[in-house]
Design a protein around this ligand. Structure first.
Ligand code: ARG
Length: 276
């Protein structure tokens, strides 16, 4: 979720964002290097499967209307978070967003590189629960296909990439400080897959959501300082070259005690509900 360029937050997003963006404790390292959080700029040509979701109508043109991330999983399929296509984030039902675009091949949002693909269909996990954030999966169908080799490989159930301790990278154009500083360039931050127990303890029944390993994956920096943040939602978490998660939620950004929560890719639904 991100602030619209008009400076006002749309509907429930105002509340959600206020609840999620918590100031860093003094002396915290979360904003140290500033990026996703603690990341570095990357060229999307190296990771062509990272895409931006955009609507200039809803979010203004300064950053090409970017409001969430996504990931190309097949030539005409983009996965993102279900909450990214919710009325809470968009201010209106997705069917009323006439200029929804998937921006590919563009690292710098203010630039003109790459392509802006139109979306022909939006589906979400029929079991998505906006209260707990369980099943935070959406699948977009593009009107035109992109090169097959631009799609990322997915880690299936039982893949070793889900093992706690595995090094992973999260990508996005979201907040780099936790205080509303949205990136215009794509960033990547190194995180580590954490044991489910870490997120179960951090988020028993929190105001942010309730952690459940059934559909969620816990990842972050045990020391704090590297994380996804607002505006990164729907974007990819990749380990050993395979997609393992989608940015979903967290308490604040980059804080050691509050890891990032991702939609666990191996729990993506086999059938989807049309949303529109
Ligand atoms: N819900 C946020 C979004 O819509 C993503 C938050 C991720 N937070 C985190 N600390 N990893 O962009």
């Amino acid at each position: 979720m991100r602030r619209s360029s008009t400076g006002s937050l749309t509907g429930a997003v105002a509340l959600a964002a206020a609840a999620v963006i918590t100031p860093q404790a003094s002396g915290g390292t979360a904003a140290a290097d500033a990026v996703v959080i603690g990341g570095r700029p990357v060229q999307v040509s190296e990771t062509p499967w990272v895409v931006a979701l955009a609507s200039r109508d809803r979010f203004g043109g300064t950053r090409a209307g970017q409001f969430c991330g996504g990931v190309l999983v097949a030539p005409d399929k983009v996965m993102t978070a279900a909450h990214c296509v919710s009325k809470d984030v968009l201010g209106v039902p997705i069917g009323q967003v006439r200029d929804l675009k998937v921006i590919t091949g563009r690292s710098e949002l203010a630039g003109t590189g790459g392509q802006e693909a139109t979306v022909s269909e939006v589906r979400i996990d029929p079991e998505y629960d906006a209260g707990t954030n369980a099943g935070d999966f959406a699948m977009l169908t593009l009107s035109t296909s992109l090169p097959a080799h631009h799609a990322v490989k997915a880690a299936g159930p039982g893949d070793a990439a889900y093992t706690p301790g595995t090094s992973a990278v999260v990508y996005g154009w979201g907040d780099t400080t936790g205080t509303g500083t949205y990136a215009s360039e794509l960033h990547a931050a190194p995180v580590e897959v954490l044991p489910d127990s870490t997120c179960e303890i951090a988020y028993p029944k929190s105001i942010y959501g309730t952690y459940s390993a059934d559909t969620m994956l816990c990842a972050g920096d045990p020391e704090g300082g590297h994380d996804a943040c607002q505006g990164d939602s729907g974007g990819p978490l990749v380990a050993d070259g395979r997609l393992i998660g989608l940015v979903s939620w967290g308490g604040g950004c980059g804080q050691a005690q509050s890891p990032g929560v991702y939609a666990r890719l191996s729990a993506a639904p086999g059938t989807w509900a049309v949303r529109g």
